[in-house]
Write a protein that binds this ligand. Structure first.
Ligand SMILES: Nc1ncnc2c1ncn2[C@@H]1O[C@H](COP(=O)(O)OP(=O)(O)O)[C@@H](O)[C@H]1O
Ligand SMILES: [Mg+2]
Length: 501
């Protein structure tokens, strides 16, 4: 007992001394790089050094971003993509789960590709890959998204039928695809299995029926997004500027995940053919935002791409509100992790366990405001300084005319993870003004409110907004009217009001 206590004491002393004798941030020459060849993010918290991101001194260009809803993950991603495009001419492909990047991509002059509106991806497309390898990838996606791995016989039947479909279309399994030939689709695969069932010679017809049933989920009329001739060339998108692959109108999570897995497989194959060159900048950034199924599974190519690290001239950005939904291999292999506001202990434990930061950093992370971050970088110089440091609010470009009021800091864990609860209310100046007028505010009161919002960077906590609105001397009822008309429910409104009394 005594011995242990002495040891704890000593190691506490030791860690204090390490903190005193070592600088708490990486040195300025690591943080601040040539501005024409790096991306400005923000100013460090302790020594106020401008931090510019470059992959030249880290293990790879891949990035993970975590933080609660409303913490500023997507805002950071947009800022980062815009600057990368400006500095390195980087292309970007956003695998847009919820369609939340559409309006920004449109504003930035990018291209929207909406799967499901008459656009198809044939998951049997080869893009130069040998049929046998593509067959394995399709089986891999089915393993991740369906229960097929539990039924070895059905798995074997599926895999065999996929290979047979390639052979029938004239593709030798183990060679690169001959040019000019049309690949089969999942419909051809299903048909082969149906024919086998009709022959009536197969010993386990029930197995066969279940196999067909599972594949039909992805080839049924109207839901055959992945079972028709492709109308989109994923390979080409890696050099098309800014592209938003909108998955939001696919019928469910399984379809979105199927699309994301296929896209990552294709990108991985394409990128393997191109070699990494650190002087040429980043060729392409691929964004996976809130794609938990794809980020969590060990077998997903998100994990493969990140593990293979530097080989590619492109970076993968994985953003998630729930760090435990991101495979640990991603945290331990990405070159950079941006940790934004985190509110839950279990998430903090997971991050601290994977990234190994101090309790000092842990307590700082729990105090972060919207847009503020702790950054972990895997420097490839022998690290003699801490690899996690803090930055003040990430400096991005909120459009001048936009005001945004966020509620995330007063929501419960349950409300935060409920996608039907809005966390952020954004308005342009005109619409904010007109809602305030309708709620009974005078023009004097409105200009006091707008001025105060401007001073605060046009992005405020709802409690702060409410305080300002009351400070104009106007009745609480008007404020409540305003909060109702922007769509807040009474439970949340009374929570806001309770902060004011
Ligand atoms: N660094 C920042 N500076 C200014 N506004 C920010 C910043 N980060 C986030 N915001 C604003 O906060 C809101 C929520 O940010 P968002 O990126 O959508 O959060 P998340 O993706 O983590 O849920 C948005 O209105 C965004 O404009
Ligand atoms: Mg987001």
């Amino acid at each position: 007992m005594t011995l242990i206590r002495i040891q704890t004491l000593m190691s506490n002393e030791l860690s204090k001394r390490i903190f005193l004798s070592r600088p708490p941030e990486p040195p300025p020459e690591i943080l601040f790089n040539d501005p024409t060849n790096s991306i400005f993010v923000g100013t460090t918290k302790i020594f106020k050094v401008p931090f510019t991101w470059t992959f030249s001194n880290i293990t790879n260009p891949h990035i993970s971003v975590v933080g609660i809803t409303g913490a500023g993950k997507s805002f950071f991603v947009k800022t980062f993509l815009a600057r990368a495009s400006y500095i390195w001419n980087t292309n970007a492909i956003i695998i847009d789960w919820a369609g939340e990047y559409i309006s920004w991509v449109k504003q930035s002059g990018g291209k929207i590709v909406a799967l499901s509106k008459g656009d198809y991806l044939n998951i049997m497309d080869l893009s130069g890959i040998k049929p046998i390898d593509r067959a394995k990838q399709i089986m891999n996606s089915l393993d991740i998204l369906t229960d097929i791995a539990q039924y070895p016989e059905q798995r074997r039947l599926t895999s065999e039928a996929i290979e047979q479909a390639y052979l029938n279309m004239g593709f030798p399994l183990a060679s690169p695809p001959p040019p000019g030939k049309e690949p089969p689709t999942l419909k051809d695969v299903t048909k082969l299995l149906e024919e086998k069932l009709q022959e009536g010679t197969y010993a386990y017809p029930a197995e066969l029926e279940n196999t067909i049933y599972r594949l039909r989920q992805f080839s049924r009329e109207g839901e055959d997004y992945f079972a028709n001739k492709s109308t989109i060339d994923i390979g080409k998108l890696t050099s098309s500027g800014l592209v938003d692959l909108d998955l939001s109108s696919l019928p469910d999570e399984r379809f979105r995940a199927m699309a994301a897995l296929f896209i990552l497989q294709t990108l991985k194959e394409k990128m393997r053919l191109e070699s990494w060159s650190s002087s040429a900048g980043l060729k392409t950034l691929v964004v996976l935002d809130e794609a938990w199924k794809v980020a969590s599974d060990e077998r997903s190519d998100a994990v493969t791409i990140i593990r293979e690290g530097r080989k590619y001239s492109f970076g993968l950005i994985v953003a998630s509100q729930n760090p435990t939904d991101v495979n640990e291999a991603i945290f331990s292999n990405v070159g950079t992790t941006f940790m934004l506001r985190i509110r839950f202990e279990k998430f903090m434990n997971y991050l601290q366990g994977s990234l190994n930061f101090s309790d000092f950093i842990r307590s700082e992370i729990s105090k972060l405001g919207v847009g503020e971050a702790a950054i972990d970088m895997a420097f490839n110089t022998g690290v003699r300084f801490p690899n996690v440091f803090l930055v003040n609010k990430i400096v991005g470009e909120l459009p001048l005319d936009t005001y945004s009021i966020f509620t995330s800091d007063i929501l419960t864990e349950k409300e935060l993870s409920d996608t039907s609860v809005k966390k952020d209310y954004s308005f342009d100046k005109m619409s904010l003004t007109s809602i305030l007028i309708e709620s009974g505010y005078s023009s004097d009161a409105i200009s006091i409110i707008l001025n105060s919002l401007n001073e605060k960077g046009r992005h405020v906590d709802i409690r702060e907004f409410a305080k300002t609105a009351l400070s104009t001397g106007i009745n609480r009822q008007y404020l409540i009217g305003f909060l109702r008309s922007i769509g807040l429910n009474d439970t949340i409104i009374s929570r806001i009001m309770s902060y004011l009394s």
